[in-house]
Design a protein around this ligand. Structure first.
Ligand SMILES: C[S@@+](CC[C@H](N)C(=O)[O-])C[C@H]1O[C@@H](n2cnc3c(N)ncnc32)[C@H](O)[C@@H]1O
Length: 219
């Protein structure tokens, strides 16, 4: 599930008038974007709301959409490709590459992606969200991690113009996300309890989220 920092990144870089959201989930963010842009969205499942935007319930790979959009948005969706549709067991199918090609074809100017940062395939089962398995057969639910270079490989006709990576760091009460691209600006004094050497030693295991804004290369 996306965090507000991911949506803030999208809010900052979305360019209209036409916007497409891949994997709109409950539809609330598409509804919000529709107050400023003309929005179309797709998801495998029916959203809570379709107010203000045109929704198609489909696999994006089956859409045959000719229209182009100034910005294509994927908030916490690209990393799920192929899992809900049962194709993640077939490496030859390479669902994420297929979806990326479709999104590339739709985007006139920009693509904005947010996804877990890293280079592992992690799949979790529905019954136990805390049980993380790598490459289990036929997972019911799960996600991948993506690196900056994987994003650039998937969207070859685009240049990575802006990006930020947030890392979740637990704190005594509840944790928070920090911009790790701007590590030096973190208020260390305010978070000294968090940043003890023990916590820093396990930093590599903490959830990180990458946000990417790519612009189409000029022809
Ligand atoms: C983790 S949810 C994120 C939903 C929403 N963007 C949010 O931030 O809450 C990922 C969504 O991507 C959708 N999705 C995954 N693969 C898809 C595909 N091939 N075509 C359409 N939607 C897809 C799923 O149905 C799911 O609702």
């Amino acid at each position: 599930m996306a965090i507000e920092l991911e949506r803030d990144f999208v809010r900052k870089y979305t360019k209209g008038p036409d916007v497409f959201e891949f994997g709109c989930g409950n539809g609330l963010f598409a509804k919000e974007l529709s107050s400023s842009y003309s929005v179309e969205a797709v998801d495998l499942f029916a959203p809570e709301t379709t107010e203000g935007f045109k929704f198609t319930q489909s696999d994006v790979l089956d859409m045959n959409i000719d229209k182009k959009f100034n910005t294509v948005v994927a908030v916490s969706s690209l990393e799920h490709c192929g899992i809900e549709t049962g194709q993640c067991d077939n490496p030859d199918y390479d669902c994420i590459a297929r979806v990326s090609r479709v999104l590339s074809d739709m985007a006139l100017d920009r693509i904005i992606i947010t996804a877990p940062f890293g280079n592992k395939l992690l799949f979790t089962q529905k019954e136990g969200p805390d049980d993380v398995y790598e490459n289990i057969a036929s997972p019911e639910w799960g996600y991948r991690q993506l690196t900056h270079s994987k994003i650039m490989e998937l969207f070859k006709d685009f240049t990575l113009v802006e990006h930020v990576t947030y890392m979740y760091i637990p704190q005594p009460n509840e944790g928070d996300f920090f911009n790790v691209d701007n590590w030096a600006a973190i208020d260390w004094e305010a978070h000294k309890e968090t940043f003890d050497p023990g916590v820093l030693a396990t930093v590599a295991n903490h959830t990180k989220i990458g946000c990417y804004m790519l612009e189409r290369n000029s022809q």
